[in-house]
Design a protein around this ligand. Sequence first.
Ligand code: CA2
Length: 155
Amino acid sequence: MAERPAETIYVLNGPNLNLLGTREPQTYGHARLADVEQLCAQTAALFGLKADCRQSNREGELIDFIHEAHAKNAAGIVINAGGYSHTSIALHDALVAVKIPTVEVHISNIHAREEFRHHSFTARAAFASLCGFGIDGYRLAINGLAAKIGVKATA
Ligand code: CA2
């Protein structure tokens, strides 16, 4: 019998996250963005899902990725919008508009940092939000997303 094609989750990383592992290791750790993307691909595969990982330093491009996720019928979104989390009503609106189950991730514990990081617009558009687990937050987010959409581990 023919297998169904793997469903895709979009993993979106925002501004400056391309610098992961190269600066501020005391806050963001030593792992690089490529490590995050590998972790996401491996975790998604445990559920028979595909992780389509994107990073952009531009707000509009992140919005385009969200629209693309909708157009391609993505099963879910994991988003770390970086600094835009705290400022972008436009990203919030895009996530609300597409109605795709979304988990917000922050590598650092934003609530233990400066006050301006305590509020997140993207968190309001997500069904769950994780912060402070380092890059393991992405693995936890995909596990939670799979549970939310009713996808069980295949292995
Ligand atoms: O903790 C997170 O994941 C953040 O989303 C990271 C954002 C920050 O603005 C948020 O408040 C919390 C910043 C990403 C900056 O990434 C860098 C990584 C390495 C070196 C320099 C910046």
